[in-house]
Design a protein. Structure first.
Length: 243
């Protein structure tokens, strides 16, 4: 299978060329948002963004905004063509590329919801996720890839839940009655257990998304990070409160 980043790069370049954007002296700016800029006051303080475990990088392109979560943030200024030719071998370059991809597709009218919800948004998102899962899957065994506190807490009240995470401070601890497991463990057994997967879009920037493509059960990718990639790759995405 063609590498997912190669696929995304190729399709982004095709779209940019068709729109005549690569030849323009367009400047792409990627910057790191503060937690308050990114999510406002969600009424809780346990999001990875608030704890300094992740940062939200934002790219602005032709007045459109695109975002991406990453654990390796940084600033970038350059042309669209420069972004689309970056080596995508580390989390920093992947975050700049993904945020810019989201901004590009937003500019072209291909996607919406590329900016993270704020304040009451995460709580409403969690409530809507529970309703969505009940409506489409009944009472499934839900496997979370990435600890998103609001979503895990809400789902743990109604469904059997397991959570994989890469943060050593979370692994082995219990959150909302759920033991947080090591995301570097037995992925195949986890995939077989789950009846639906909730996969954080951050897997696209940390390089682990391939583990969750072509899963034996439905995979629902959530968040703003995955917006553009979900559109280009035909992935099922859940992000009802983003703008």
């Amino acid at each position: 299978m063609e590498d997912i980043y190669t696929t995304l790069r190729r399709r982004a370049v095709e779209l940019a060329e068709q729109a005549g954007l690569l030849a323009l002296p367009v400047e792409v700016r990627a910057r790191v948002l503060t937690p308050r800029e990114a999510i406002g006051d969600p009424g809780r303080s346990d999001f990875p963004l608030q704890k300094g475990k992740e940062s939200l990088v934002e790219a602005q392109f032709q007045g459109s905004r695109g975002q991406a979560f990453t654990d390796h943030p940084g600033h970038f200024t350059g042309t669209l063509e420069q972004v689309l030719t970056l080596p995508l071998e580390d989390n920093y370059h992947r975050a700049v590329f993904v945020a810019t991809l989201n901004a590009l597709l937003r500019h072209l009218g291909k996607v919406t919801g590329t900016v993270h919800c704020r304040n009451e948004g995460p709580r409403r998102c969690a409530e809507e996720l529970v309703s969505y899962l009940k409506e489409h899957f009944g009472t499934p065994q839900v496997g979370f890839i990435g600890l998103q506190p609001a979503l895990v807490e809400a789902c743990s009240r109604y469904f059997p839940v397991r959570v994989l995470d890469l943060d050593p401070e979370n692994i082995g601890r219990e959150k909302f009655g759920v033991l947080i497991e090591d995301g570097r463990g037995d992925i195949e057994a986890f995939r077989r257990w789950a009846e639906v997967l909730l996969v954080t879009g951050s897997t696209l920037t940390n390089g682990t998304i391939a583990d969750w493509l072509n899963a034996p059960c439905p995979a629902l990718f959530y968040g703003t990070t995955i917006a553009g990639a979900a559109s280009l790759l035909g992935l099922l995405r859940f992000c009802p409160c983003s703008t």
